[in-house]
Design a protein around this ligand. Structure first.
Ligand code: DC
Length: 229
């Protein structure tokens, strides 16, 4: 919010990091819509590369092959009114990259330092003009260490698993698999050597365990408005 019409509003870089199932995507997209910003989901880029590795039958452990593949690819995040579209070499892969095999592969390709370096440089280029809400795991620590506002959104693991299940309308035996997958990805994200999932020292940590989505959004929006003042 600003009062001087001659002075254009600052366009912030807002980083939202946190583990899977904490509600980052929903909050990031709702916040971006409220502020008239672009919502960039960095995880979709790792997912797109993972899909390419699956399709090319490349090993998720072969760092050089994965980097070469990334350099040879066009991975685009296209914001639309209904949400982000992810394009891989011009093809809309938005739905495909949410499937279980890609989710697992994304977690594995994202451990490699050189893959991360490629992603980070592209993510910086996409967000440097400001007016962005970028979400992921290392946005506040690596991609934009000078972001105007950093949020680390967390929640109790059991609650995160439940939310994921509800989101994907999963029940029974499959639910147990999804919970186990989530725990394993969490472990990998938090323990990898390069850019592990951790809150930046200057991030505002929000534990959404006992909060509604609207409450989290109101809190984050208030923090953003305070930066704009
Ligand atoms: O947020 P997501 O679940 O779509 O992310 C997919 C994978 O990519 C996840 O296992 C962690 C990884 N990731 C990452 O390492 N760094 C990011 N900034 C975003 C995602």
């Amino acid at each position: 919010m600003h009062d001087d019409p001659a002075k254009p509003a600052r366009r912030l870089i807002i980083a939202i990091d946190g583990p899977a199932g904490a509600g980052k995507s929903t909050i990031a997209s709702r916040l971006a819509r409220k502020l008239g910003y672009v919502n960039l989901e960095s995880g979709a880029m790792y997912r797109a590369l993972a899909l390419k590795a699956i399709e090319k039958d490349a090993s998720f452990d072969d760092e050089s092959a994965l980097v070469a593949m990334a350099q040879d690819s066009r991975i685009e995040l296209e914001p639309t009114i209904g949400g982000n579209r992810t394009l891989l070499d011009g093809r809309d892969v938005s739905a495909r990259i949410r499937e279980r095999d890609v989710t697992e592969a994304a977690s594995r390709v994202s451990v490699h330092p050189k893959v991360r370096a490629w992603m980070v440089s592209h993510q910086r280029a996409m967000g440097e003009g400001g007016g962005v809400v970028m979400e992921g795991r290392d946005i506040g620590t690596k991609v934009f260490p000078d972001a105007d506002l950093k949020i680390f959104l967390d929640a109790d693991p059991v609650v995160r698993e439940q939310r994921r299940m509800e989101q994907q309308k999963i029940k029974g035996e499959l639910a147990a698999n999804v919970a186990a997958d989530l725990r394993e990805r969490d472990r990998r994200d938090r323990t990898r050597a390069t850019s592990p999932l951790v809150a930046a020292a200057d991030a505002v940590v929000i534990d959404s365990t006992a909060m509604s989505e609207d409450e989290v959004l109101a809190r984050v929006e208030a923090l953003a408005q305070a930066k704009l003042r």
